[in-house]
Design a protein around this ligand. Sequence first.
Ligand SMILES: [Zn+2]
Length: 113
Amino acid sequence: MRLACLLVFLVCAAAQQQKLAEPPPPGPDKMALRQQISDLKIKSFEIQQQVELLEKQIKDIEEADANKLAASQAISKTAPARARCGGHTKDGKRCTRMADSGSRFCWQHKVGR
Ligand SMILES: [Zn+2]
């Protein structure tokens, strides 16, 4: 029994001595690593927010473009593009004027029709 106690004591003493003899391991310690991790987490959060912001901006631009396109399509539907006059000149050539809106003829050829 006493021998066992002595052995434990010796082993403990040896371990203690080894610990004291060993210099602390170089490089970052646990606290520094935790600090780095938390810093990186904050950075990644900020980057994610930037990505979300940029994605939102793109979405807004795309929505604005879609609205513009829809508006231009609506305009072209409600107001048909003015076509060339369907009348003919005295020489029998096709009139080069643009037809009045809502009419197939220009102001000149509309007269008398
Ligand atoms: Zn005409």
